[in-house]
Design a protein around this ligand. Sequence first.
Ligand code: UTP
Ligand code: MG
Length: 618
Amino acid sequence: MMELDKGKKGAAAKPGRRDEVVLPPQYEPEEQYAEYDPAVARRLAAYLAPHRRQLLIATVLALLAAGLGLAGPYIVRFAIDVGIGRRSLSAALAAAAGFTALNALAWRVRLWQVRMLIRVGQDIMYTIRVELFSHLQRLSMRFYDTHEVGRIISRMTSDVGVLEDFATWAIVQVASDVFVLVGILAVMFVMDWQLTLVTFTVLPPMAVGTFLWRAKARESYRAVRRAISRINASLAENINGVRVIQALSREDHNLRLFQGINRHNLQVNLHAGLLSAVYFPSVEFMNAVATAMVIWYGGYQALQGHLSQGALVAFLLYVSRFFQPVRDIAMRYNSLLATMASGERIFQLLDTEPEAQDKPEAFALPPVRGHVQFDHVSFWYEPGKPVLKDVCFEVQPGQTVALVGSTGAGKTSIVKLLGRFYDVSDGAIRVDGYDIRDVTLASLRKQIAIVLQENFLFSGSVMENIRYGRLEATDEEVIEAARLVGAHEFICRLPYGYHTQVQEGGAILSTGQKQLVAFARAVLANPRILILDEATANIDTETERLIQQALEKLLKGRTSFVIAHRLSTIVRSDLILVVERGQIVESGTHEELLAKRGRYYALYTLLYARQAAALPRP
Ligand code: UTP
Ligand code: MG
């Protein structure tokens, strides 16, 4: 039902894009890739700041290694001109030894530099992930209503990875590349400026080519990112929804959808591959042309006696080394774009303010008795579409309230507001006279327990799952809670009793058993206010009986809100609120409402008559 609703909303908000695959509107922002963005860069720099000493040292080391590399061809020149030219074996030997020593030193320096960068990079990733995680835990339900898990996870993983890569490797590498380029040019100019000028006549056409290519590459790169983001979204949805997919045998249908997305991914990647395939061999070719220039003009100079043979070889070596940093910088450009995009996404996430936040002057809610008042509460998820209109009611401490009404009426919304998962749009909710917006969230939620229809169990033992209600509870208290709700027996029958591992989502337990575990969790938390979204699923009569008994114990002595489907729960409650289209249309006890012969009576006869037949008449 909810999924259908959401689908409709998505389609209405953004109709008919011309792409083969229609995506929900929230994918759009992801597709806007930033150019170099100084704001993002500044914030990134803030993460680098604590490591600036290491980064500086790493850069110095990289420059040192690059400088050592630059000296190589000079030694070769010496070996040829002095060693071979003057037939001096000792000079040749010295050159060989010097060359080896130089490169050994460069190797050691690089090792040092790499180790340093790995450390810095991992530190930065660690910091950002912790920041993201703690932020995600604080974000409001509204955020999770509109953002898919797959995308959030990809921010935690790949986006953070991209940042790490750039923040550490790219900066140092580009610094060293630029140094090498300038260094080679300088050395060559000093050696023979005319030959240098002739050799690098290839540079202007290459610069123009690179410029044109970059524009294309940027487009293609965006398309690749977009395609990958679609694949991720589709994967996440299909894996999360695999039970529904199989139940409705939509495997083929979804496979076709995925094939479409995947084919698109293939095409854009082919295109991107093709672009690289054009550029990088072109750089190779330019390299060859420059080499040919050296051989032609340098050879001519050498024949004229203006250039030594050693210098000619050194020139060739320098030229061959010149194009590696060029290629590298061209690739780093993509990486810069990726970093800006990833940085923007991460910061956007970090900047999302949790909706329900503690006010600066918020105080801790003192232990409450459980008086709850909804005072002219109105609420909407999206402006202009009111979900709750002027809801007023009052509940005395210890009372049980049953919320009934047709689907989509606003029952869940009412209890979510009480838990302050959203803030009311108008009016106020008071607990023991305190407006819940004036107190801290933590102190409010400590006194409210919520048991949902779909009970989420975490990976861990049954014991740990119950203890989640109150982390400091002892094993005995956990077992006591399980006993109270009648879960003890079935837990003992599990392969390892309380230490049986339940997978994430609690797949090894039945719906009824999960509900009992959730009850035990709530009992352990011992809240003053309890919210229960009753499961409607068919449960075997034995578990049903257990749940009935458990409910009684659970509701006793606390203010309870039950979104009830069981007639027995409704009949026994102190107050029944009939919710229709966001309004409370009737309220009272079962007898009062039946006597009214209004909406409740209609619901009762329609929906509950069958259940009622199985019960003694009230
Ligand atoms: P509720 O979720 O409060 O309805 O949504 P309900 O009474 O509990 O319904 P059932 O019995 O569980 O099915 C009330 C209205 O708010 C909208 C829904 O479309 C519905 O019309 N809604 C709900 C949103 O717009 N956004 C949401 O995130 C949730
Ligand atoms: Mg509901």
